[in-house]
Design a protein. Structure first.
Lengths: 234, 227
């Protein structure tokens, strides 16, 4: 197929991988943008979500912020920030990406902490744990799967938005797509698209694996399986 | 225009809010809105129509269900711009490319939600209906689908709002409805256009959501009575 031929031809050219416009550099830029934005948003969203969830307040806000985030086009926010106060460049991109990463992490963290079984919380209180101890030793571990899910959703979202951010002059793999469109180079266009798709899938897969690793329920099940006694014959 | 009017013109000052923008670019705005609405309606409509038989097939054959869920999960994770770009060699820089990409995304949402809705129908209800002599087709139409409606409507609202936002990305390949205005505003650093187009996008999403909520209330009056 023509698509496959273009892909192989373009990716097969070594020069396309090196240099400031090369695949490797663009990949590093993309990873850097994603990492910084998710980290910045996490620093704000995770503590805020924990605190609100622990107190049980601000639920309407925490849950609806994701609904609102879904209705706002990422492209629009990027352009508004670029045309407005921040101009084009990495600052505008990182700010926009962080904003979009906030919503899913805040919502998931809030719901995760808030949804902890009331009986468990009361039992902890009954054992004499203070409010803060309840948060750290009971609510957070139980909320961890949902929190991780929120981070995963945010990370994939940022990888996608960073791709679009290339249009307003940023770096990242999206530049391959945007430049490919501008220069009518189908090889670059399709290669860029495939690499972005693979990156998004890799990020999703990585976080899904991490989530499964740190799921406390899984650890409990693993311990149970490990300590199950083998029935004696006879 | 007098010199005085030129000097105080909000277009020249590049203000964020500018009435003159609407009066001078009315036709362009309407064309953008028309393309935006058309792409949304096509994507949601076709996606929904294709998802129904697909969902029913998934319920019949277990292996198909696993495959469809896996494939749709992969598609959903692929960023929109990348998906559109992958379709370009096949369908060019046209609105068809954007439409196909959007249809794939709505398909994911619809299949997931409809499956969840149908799976959520309690087993005893299905057994009772079968005991009453309901044939499979009747069971589906008169028992399972109505009970799955809340989930289906949730999927409809989610798909519509997401699609309205995703249409804008189509601007990068020349067909993005209101996104076209946004990208134009970027190239010419036109603040009023950027803000207006963005506001219209959000307004469209809110309007569509409220509309669907209204339809939901109409179609499921028993939910209101249960309150």
């Amino acid at each position: 197929m023509n698509l496959l031929r273009e892909l192989v031809r373009w990716l097969g050219t070594g020069a396309h991988w090196l240099g400031p416009d090369g695949v490797l550099h663009r990949l590093l830029q993309h990873l850097a943008l994603t990492g910084v934005s998710v980290a910045l948003a996490a620093v704000v969203a995770l503590p805020l979500g924990c605190w609100l969830g622990h107190l049980g307040r601000g639920g309407t806000f925490a849950v609806n912020v994701s609904n609102i985030g879904r209705a706002v086009p990422t492209f629009a926010v990027l352009v508004l920030l670029a045309v407005g106060p921040l101009g084009i460049g990495n600052t505008a991109t990182v700010v926009a990406l962080s904003l979009f990463a906030l919503a899913p992490m805040l919502t998931n963290t809030y719901v995760g902490v808030q949804d902890v079984d009331r009986d468990v919380r009361e039992a902890a209180r009954g054992m004499g744990l203070s409010g803060r101890q309840v948060l750290w030793r009971v609510e957070l571990p139980l909320a961890l799967p949902l929190v991780m899910a929120g981070v995963r959703i945010a990370a994939v979202q940022v990888v996608a938005t960073a791709t679009i951010a290339a249009y307003i002059g940023g770096g990242g793999l999206g530049r391959l797509i945007v430049d490919g469109l501008a220069e009518q180079d189908q090889g670059m266009l399709v290669s860029g698209a495939l690499l972005v798709a693979l990156l998004a899938l890799a990020v999703e897969g990585l976080f899904a694996l991490l989530q499964r690793r740190i799921d406390p329920a899984r650890r409990v099940r693993a311990v149970r399986v490990a300590t199950r006694r083998v029935p004696h014959p006879g | 225009m007098s010199v005085h009017a030129l000097g105080g013109n909000c277009l020249i000052r590049n203000s964020w809010i500018c009435g003159r923008y609407f009066t001078t670019r009315g036709a362009q705005i309407l064309a953008a809105v028309r393309q935006h609405v058309l792409l949304t309606v096509v994507a949601v409509g076709v996606g929904f129509a294709v998802s129904l038989p697909l969902t029913l097939l998934c319920r019949r054959w277990r292996p198909l269900r696993g495959v469809v869920l896996a494939v749709t999960s992969v598609i959903y994770t692929v960023p929109s711009l990348a998906l559109f770009a992958l379709l370009v060699p096949a369908t060019g820089l046209t609105s068809t490319t954007v439409a196909i990409g959007l249809i794939l995304y709505t398909l994911v949402i619809f299949v997931r939600n409809t499956l969840a809705g149908l799976d959520g129908v309690p087993d005893d209800v299905v057994e009772a209906a079968r005991g009453l002599g309901y044939r499979p087709a009747q069971l589906l139409l008169r028992v399972e689908l109505p009970l799955a409606l809340p989930s289906i409507f949730a999927g409809l609202r989610l798909a519509t709002v997401s699609t309205i936002a995703l249409v804008t990305v189509g601007a990068l390949i020349g067909n993005g409805g209101l996104g076209n205005l946004i990208s134009d505003a970027f190239s010419s650093v036109f603040k009023a256009e950027a803000l207006a187009a963005s506001a219209f996008c959000v307004a469209l999403a809110v309007l569509a959501d409220l509309l669907l909520l209204g339809v939901q209330r109409l179609v499921m009056p028993w939910r209101r009575a249960a309150r």
